[in-house]
Design a binder for this molecule. Structure first.
Ligand code: TK8
Length: 345
């Protein structure tokens, strides 16, 4: 439904151009109005309050990056722009925050890969099982041509990608047993994000994956609605999921990016100078976030042992058991899958 709105708008503009070219629509000379519009665009919006929504809890690298972004933007624009942050899904789930971007209710969101792939489906491919050995390789691909192409696709959907933030490599926690290999996942009820790739991976592994909003995850685990979930260590820790789980299995089964996006209309309302300030602030915050990811993950792996039993899963077994996922996505996305695999080498 969402892409079709953007497509309809694009189609209408094309129609308008065609009609004008054919002389069907008379040029109404309304020069005064046109001049006004041009001036606004040239000068850009002078000041504004920008609402930034995200789903991470305090202390999470995403929260830290959002705060850093807000501080830089305010300082660099001498306070003309204020960034108001609402974390912990206070403005709604990742899916809802992207809808709010679409309707212009909020200007910015540091979102998630699955929900974002509803707009740019190719982004889900970053989560192909065991695609990246480490985050650094993913960063290289995201900061290069591939990332630029995906960002261009997002623009067609009305979203400006200011930077590709990080959501890290994911591991499994649960309340039943250590996950050593694929057989341990058989029938396990696992919460996943709203992400077609994650659902595919865990269905292929014989588990029972079920999408639940991140903001409802703690309660779902506490109440036993599901047995487990999968997330990077920093999300497990900042959201206290270890309190309501008994086992942490280091699987590293997939990578996720955090698209940091702005509503295209809000972006276009800015002067070029302010656009540069925001983009640079977003990229600096990205670098800080990636660094935090690294540092926090190492500490958490130590600290979390007090709460859960940790085991290293048999990655080769899981890799083999998820090989079919590649075939299915290759059917849909063709060469892109191989290109990504090559880039990840
Ligand atoms: C927090 C989520 C989280 C994601 C998930 O908003 O849903 O599991 O990994 O980061 O975006």
């Amino acid at each position: 439904m969402r892409p079709s709105v953007a497509h309809a708008v694009a189609l209408l503009s094309v129609l308008a151009l065609l009609l004008a070219a054919c002389g069907v629509v008379e040029d109404e000379p309304d020069e005064a109005a046109e001049t006004d519009v041009d001036e606004d665009v040239d000068e850009g919006l002078e000041e504004d309050t920008l609402l930034l929504g995200h789903g991470a809890d305090p202390g999470n690298p995403r929260s830290i990056a959002a705060e850093d972004f807000a501080e830089t933007v305010e300082a660099e624009t001498d306070g003309r722009f204020e960034v108001q942050i609402q974390g912990s899904e206070q403005l709604g789930s990742d899916v809802e925050m992207l809808e709010a971007i679409e309707t212009g209710t909020i200007e910015l969101t540091a979102n998630s890969q699955g929900p974002f792939s509803d707009y740019v489906p190719e982004v889900a491919l970053f989560g192909l099982p065991f695609l990246f050995d480490d985050s650094e390789t993913a960063y290289e691909v995201l900061d290069g041509e591939v990332g630029d192409e995906l960002a261009a696709m997002a623009e067609d959907e009305g979203m400006k990608v200011l930077a590709w933030w990080d959501n890290g490599i994911r591991h499994i926690t649960n309340s039943q047993q250590p996950v050593e290999d694929a057989s341990d996942l058989d029938g396990m009820a696992l919460r996943t994000p709203e992400d077609p790739m994650t659902l595919d991976i865990f269905e292929t592994l014989g588990a029972s994956p079920e999408p639940i909003d991140f903001g409802e995850l703690y309660l779902a685990l506490e109440q036993g609605t599901v047995d487990g979930q999968e997330n990077p260590l920093v999300n497990i820790w900042a959201s206290d999921l270890h309190e309501v789980q008994d086992y942490l299995s280091i699987t590293g089964h997939k990578y996720e990016v955090t698209p940091f996006v702005m509503d295209m209309d809000a972006w276009e309302a800015l002067s070029e100078e302010d656009q540069q300030i925001l983009e640079q602030a977003a990229q600096d915050a990205r670098d800080l976030q990636r660094q935090e990811m690294q540092e926090q993950s190492e500490e958490i792996e130590e600290d979390i042992q007090e709460y859960v039993d940790i085991n290293e899963a048999d990655v080769e077994d899981l890799r083999e058991a998820t090989a079919d996922v590649y075939d299915a996505w290759e059917d849909e996305f063709g060469e892109l899958v191989q290109d990504l695999q090559d880039a990840a080498q």
